[in-house]
Design a protein around this ligand. Structure first.
Ligand code: PHE
Length: 345
């Protein structure tokens, strides 16, 4: 302002007042401080009045007063219109209106089925145990009756940890049986859900990681009939009231005798369809009576105690239940696929 004559300065400020744009509380406050605050620009001009030539003093004073008046008017009208805008927003706001819906995620189908399996076994007194996915050789193999040179190790292509041949990604949840039996005195009645790893070529039917639910019941006088009864109950709960089971002799190093269990195909009720490959039956799990050597490895007297165990693949049951043709869909996280599954489980 200094290059402008003192006499001109009020006119310049008047223009500034007239052109000022105020559209929010912050700019209103800036305007107030500049023109009406305790250190406003007009005060400086009033104190300069002594330097104005006498004949111009009166007009100068009038000019400064005009700026002050204009600033006050403008401030009041800005303030009013801002306040009424706020009142209008508040007035238009319907606090009882329903909010915008948030897009909810959906539970993963593998979790849905896993939780369903857990709930079914909880009803008959099983509790849940989880343990590590990175295991040592003892818990994954040796304690389960699979010594170093046992050909059964070939059944499970294993991921070994480099430089630590004793450390593996667990190939099955049976390792948790050992972890629990080593530390718990029977009776033991548990289910053990978890992720397992196998060095498999990935295809529509096989993946290098998947989920299992293992079951274990060890007590005095546990018999094969108890195993059969338990799995019969599970199958009816899981696949529907009319479901029947069939046990076929099989082999696992840690159970003797061992069996694989088929259920009547829940899609065609046993008539034959493409899910059961026209046989009327679908395989769902492996099981057997815990081998006495396994109990002994965990410090449990096999003369006093006996037990049964079973293990099922969660992806396999999920694929059967929802007719999913490719296991890879279950780990690709494609939301178009996942959003189709909604369940309370
Ligand atoms: N661990 C076996 C598998 O991964 C399944 C199984 C568990 C079989 C318990 C018998 C008893 O194939």
């Amino acid at each position: 302002m200094s290059e402008m004559s003192l006499f001109e300065q009020p006119l310049h400020l008047l223009n500034e007042v007239q052109d000022a744009v105020v559209n929010d509380a912050e700019s209103l406050e800036k305007f107030r401080i500049r023109f009406l605050g305790t250190k406003n620009v007009l005060k400086d001009l009033f104190s300069e009045i002594k330097n104005v030539p006498n004949e111009q003093k009166k007009e100068f004073g009038q000019r400064v007063n005009a700026v002050k008046q204009a600033a006050e008017e403008k401030y009041n009208s800005f303030k009013e219109s801002l306040e009424s805008a706020v009142v209008k927003v508040a007035h238009d706001l319907d606090l009882s209106a329903p909010g915008d819906m948030m897009a909810l995620g959906s539970r993963h189908p593998v979790s849905i089925v896993k939780n369903q399996i857990i709930e079914i076994f909880k009803k008959i007194g099983f509790s849940v145990e989880e343990d590590r996915e990175i295991e040592d050789d003892w818990h994954n193999f040796s304690a389960l009756n699979m010594p170093d040179d046992h050909p059964a190790r070939d059944m499970q292509d294993t991921f070994f940890v480099q430089q630590h041949p004793d450390v593996v990604l667990r190939t099955h949840t049976s390792s948790v049986q050992i972890r629990v039996l080593e530390n718990t005195k029977p009776p033991v009645r548990i289910i053990m859900p978890g992720r397992v790893y196998r060095n498999e070529t990935i295809s529509a039917r096989a993946h290098c990681f998947f989920h299992q639910v293992e079951g274990l019941y060890v007590d005095e006088k546990v018999s094969f009939a108890d195993l059969k009864q338990t799995l019969d109950y599970f199958s009816r709960e899981m696949f529907g009231e009319g479901t029947k089971i069939k046990m076929r002799p099989s082999y696992f190093p840690f159970t003797e005798p061992s069996a694989e269990v088929d259920v009547t195909c829940f899609l065609c009720n046993g008539a034959g369809c493409n899910v059961c490959k026209q046989t009327g039956w679908v395989e769902i799990l492996g099981c057997g009576m815990v081998d006495p050597a396994v109990l002994q490895n965990c410090g449990i007297d096999p003369e006093k105690y006996s037990g049964f165990a079973f293990g099922m693949g969660v992806e396999r049951i999920t694929m059967l239940k929802y007719q999913i043709k490719d296991i890879r869909l279950l780990s690709e996280n494609d939301s178009r696929f996942l959003s189709q599954f909604r369940a309370a489980w």
